[in-house]
Design a protein around this ligand. Sequence first.
Ligand code: ADP
Ligand code: ADP
Ligand code: ZN
Ligand code: ZN
Length: 968
Amino acid sequence: MSEEIRIRGARQHNLKGIDVAIPRRSVTVITGPSGSGKSSLAFDTVYAEGQRRYMESLSTYAKQFLERMAKPAVDWIEGVSPSVAIDQKNAVKTSRSTVGTVTEVYDYLRLLWARVGQTFCPDCDVRVAPDTVQSAAARVMEWAPGTQIFVTFPFVLSSEITHTVAVTNIQAQGYLRVIADGEEVYLPDLEASGHPETPADKEAEGRDLGSREAQDLTATRELLVVVDRISLDPEDRERLVDALAAALAEGGGHADVLRMERTSDGGSRIVERRPFTEAFRCRQCGRDFPEPRPSFFSFNSPAGACPKCTGFGATLEYDEELIVPDPGLSLADGAVDPFAKPRYRRERVAVRELAESRGIGLHTPWRELPAPVRGELLHGSPSFTGAIPFLKSKERKRYKQYIRVFLRQYQRPRRCDLCDGKRLREEALNVRVGGLDIAEASLLQVSRLRAWLDELGLGAFKRKMVASVLNELQDRLRFLDTVGLGYLTLDRRARSLSGGEMQRIRLASCLGSHLVDTLYVLDEPTIGLHARDVDRLVDVLWQLRQRGNTVLVVEHEPRVMERADHIVEMGPGAGQQGGEVVFEGSWEGLKGADTVTGRALRERPVLSTDGRGRIEPGSGSWLHLRGASLHNIEELDVDVPLGGLTVVTGVSGSGKSTLVHDILYRALESELHGRSTAKEHLGELAGSYERLEGTEALDGVVLVDQSPIGRTPRSNPLTYIGGFGEVRRIFAEQPLAKSQGYGPGHFSFNRPGGRCEVCKGAGEELVEMVFLADVSVPCDACGGLRYRPEVLEVECRGLDIHQVLELTVDQAIRFFLREDRLGKKLWQLQRVGLGYLRLGQPATTLSGGEAQRLKIARELARRRRAGRRLYILDEPTVGLGLSEIAMLRRVLEELVTDGHSVLLVEHNLDLVAAADWIIDLGPEAAEQGGRVVAAGPPDTIERAPGSHTGAYLGRHLGSGKAARAADG
Ligand code: ADP
Ligand code: ADP
Ligand code: ZN
Ligand code: ZN
């Protein structure tokens, strides 16, 4: 194959028929402003072609969709290998997935626990281990040499087998001696005295057998067959081993060794009995345990899942604080929230009657009611159905959506008390490796788990199976550590991971897959990474390259570009103003280039830092959060200034999201809005705090995060900003629409009427591919146009509704010049750098960064609404080129000018440097984090000891200043 991937005449989306060459077996960065065409080149052209080539090599089933799969608009591509795309979509659908399951590390742990785990009896706290011939022999040899022993196995008696048959069988197997209820019996003696049958036989025949032994045997309850009688001799261990092997085999895994003593009358007496078993049975209490199998440790399988929480680790419980959200309210005000719902009038009458009969006032605040009455209201009594029994009685109707929603608001996930949150049934948790059960091991951080496995010294397990499991395990854990995720635990729910963390997990899996000559296409892998961790990420890209792979990265981070083999800059602008290659070459070359990125690299700092000094300790409004705890944060006190731009920084895993999203945001919501609307996932416990002061300076809190604006292709930028209604109205006013009687509803793709009914207005069909990601293909009936042909005949200034939805925001602003209201909304999109988005671009295709900027735009459109709000944003620079961060800073500044406050979690050093106030968390990740390392304006952080952010900030600004000095 050639040394390059050669692309000629690429015209996908806005690409202007460009020719590009990407060196193989090297790291290439594609950079440029957002909307310039980076993804169109990397993902929609190069990767798409790689995927097509791969599918061509597949089944005919896959091939039939190939034709319908959009072919990249390109004249010619050469040198593409099979491709793997690693993007940021956190596509985890089930709440059961964990870091352990998505990385497959947990599957290997399960194998390990099944292979080398030791079962412990929880009642006796002793190890339950099946005996082997060798272990049994060793224990028997503990008796002194010369000891008389009988090696026996139990013979199972049942009513179906007459004793005659039993005796015959035993003799047929070559054994002559048995122990019947503790008495030794020599079988040939029995034979001599006739064939005893059942007692009934004997009675019928009326004969007396006259033999003591025979009668004993007939009534015998327990029969041990003697395999061998041995006088213990260390020299002759082999005889013992043979006897034990035979006994265990004949006894179906059970054997009994009896220590005998001669009696004065020449017989022998049992003085001690040692049972041996190949089953998992507790030696002390006799409880049987199942033999560990891998499925046993799976919380996703009924074989392993805790029966109470079915493997979630948590159950939903009714919570008093949620049922009575405001204890300051009286019964008349509706203190008991479920009873305050209009539809439960009858229950309200009952409450009133109860209050009367208990002699309490309907206008007394809840918190002042006598405790017994509050208890009765919540838990009920024989004469009154309390709130909780009332809610429980509604559970029968859970199949109704509104009932589920109604009930869910009063429930909080509680750690399951049966499995203690460990998700597994008891039997699985009885199995330990190195003293830990598998759930405890899953609670160790990846970096800790690695060290723990090393210390275990499982290398001693020579068995090849164990060694290979261990290798796989160690590899995968090492890769997770390498991509900077060593602070995660395996039990962490995958849904709670950020897009950046998920992408790095995929990257780690690629390292584990040992593919060679593969093309990896990545989308801003530095998202969520602190400057300190970026270098490690670049190392990973290099590892992939060293194995002979080609790495193509869409990225803005200068430090990634610095170490790339090759850089391609797209531009010069976005959308129609972009789509060209404006630079190709090395890092040195880029720094000198007269391009947007080249200039930005020379102009450090890119943002004005002159506005500093707006926040001063001791003056202005502050939020004081006290005693905050969750995850790795414990009893933390933080002060957040209002009226400016505050940035929370810190290395990945230090606790930024925990503090900002999970604690502060939720606390503000419940203080300001009475209740947290934050989506709580089943099993995730909410954070706590002692108190939050200073909220009187705020009227509201708004979270602007990167979660999707919609989960169906039916949401798009236009619907999100509330402009689709306007557009439909404009179409309904066109003469043709009027004459046909089309109303605005005919131009909706969400309602029957004008839309294509085959695809229900989606324009595409999803085809499920075995082993591959689902592929969407255009709808056969409408060809992706989403509407019925007659509706598309209606035109507004030459464009039909589908064509209008295809306009970019920039184009639409010009097109709808006369539509003032619509124009203003669209303009906000342009201002946050989304002018290149198409109005109808399905929400499902928007990146997290784009979704977030859409939300910012919507907030900007209504920012002048009265009140002072705190806006919380999550890495808003995601997807922005170096030149656009200044634009973002200006937009945020507008919010501040209007009297609002802005709080960001951010890594971008340019934006951090331009903040009013920085709160740096750390010093490290997970347990070594969760503290405020430094807080203050940027220039004090630069000098703060122990702050990673400070160190990088100093270097970053220093280099910028130096570069500028060199420049001029
Ligand atoms: P970048 O990756 O540099 O941010 P993109 O390659 O995503 O830019 O976008 C380049 C241009 O192509 C933009 O004008 C964008 O609106 C357009 N575009 C992106 N995706 C699609 C699509 N699926 N269909 C049509 N146009 C698209
Ligand atoms: P940052 O935002 O600084 O990267 P996080 O707040 O995400 O850090 O994580 C801080 C610590 O809390 C880490 O050890 C992380 O694994 C843990 N953590 C974060 N979210 C959860 C969660 N939903 N469940 C359990 N642990 C979590
Ligand atoms: Zn449970
Ligand atoms: Zn259709």
